[in-house]
Design a protein around this ligand. Structure first.
Ligand code: HEC
Ligand code: HEC
Length: 208
């Protein structure tokens, strides 16, 4: 019994494949991008809106299993930072984790550990790479994975992947500006940045 029903299921699949192969090309129309994050009064909400939708849609968050804890959501935000290079600080990870755990997970806003995680600390030292990117408006012209005014950081990283001089070259491009390497539009110079800051920015771009 079992055998024959498996076999007929297989036959159905084959028919389906044959039908697909002979049918006219099908245009798949994806639904319009409407995914948004659920609103909340926690400080992590604004941060998540700003920082969690540059690479993928909010549905990545909406479709996570329900009931995840503060630790699990914080780990998820941390994974974006460490594994995928999301330009967010440890402080952001903590705040966004708290927002997500309360809004999508099992945590309650009154949980003491959620409250502790929801307190925003004063601005980071200016050497922090996220702060550098923000303060110098790098992200108004660049994104990690798509061209804006300037090239995607991922494309820059790919272009220089096997260049032993990459770090120095990119430090120079940021400090003095760059023209003609990626297109018509030049990049302005950032001469006010220190060597340490230039190195952090160039290293960040190369990690993408
Ligand atoms: C630098 C790009 C980038 C940013 C910014 C980013 N993500 Fe992701 N995210 C990814 C990639 C890459 C994946 C895995 C993609 C895949 O598997 O298709 C992913 C997957 C996910 C998933 C699905 C589960 C998983 O672990 O694969 C969730 C949930 C998620 N991201 C949440 C977030 C949150 C929350 C933020 C804001 C803190 C964020 N993402 C910001 C790149 C990013
Ligand atoms: C006004 C828009 C703008 C801003 C602001 C900007 N960039 Fe660019 N960036 C560009 C453009 C346009 C290019 C391509 C230039 C070219 O074709 O050589 C570029 C190129 C680059 C490159 C590749 C250079 C090379 O040698 O291949 C890096 C790295 C880079 N930008 C990093 C940064 C960093 C870091 C910041 C902030 C400190 C920043 N950019 C701010 C527009 C901008």
């Amino acid at each position: 019994m079992k055998r024959s029903s498996t076999r007929s299921l297989y036959a159905v699949q084959l028919c389906f494949l044959a039908a697909m192969a002979s049918a006219a090309p099908v245009t798949v129309k994806l639904p319009a991008e409407t995914a948004t994050l659920k609103s909340a009064t926690l400080p992590g909400y604004a941060l998540a809106q700003q920082k969690c939708s540059t690479c993928h849609s909010a549905d990545y968050i909406n479709f996570q299993p329900p009931g995840m804890s503060l630790a699990q959501w914080t780990a998820e935000a941390g994974k974006m930072q460490h594994t995928y290079g999301a330009p967010i600080t440890d402080e952001d990870v903590k705040l966004i984790g708290a927002y997500l755990a309360v809004t999508y997970g099992s945590a309650k806003a009154i949980d003491p550990e959620v409250q502790a995680a929801s307190i925003a600390m004063p601005a980071q030292a200016s050497s922090d790479v996220t702060t550098l990117l923000q303060n110098n408006a790098c992200l108004s012209c660049h994104a990690i994975d798509h061209k804006v005014v300037g090239p995607a950081y991922r494309d820059v990283a790919a272009k220089y992947a096997s260049d032993p001089q990459a770090l120095t070259k990119l430090m120079a491009s940021i400090e003095h500006g760059s023209a003609g390497k990626w297109g018509e539009v030049p990049m302005p110079a950032f001469a006010q940045l220190s060597a340490d800051e230039l190195q952090k920015l160039a290293a960040f771009v190369l990690q993408q």
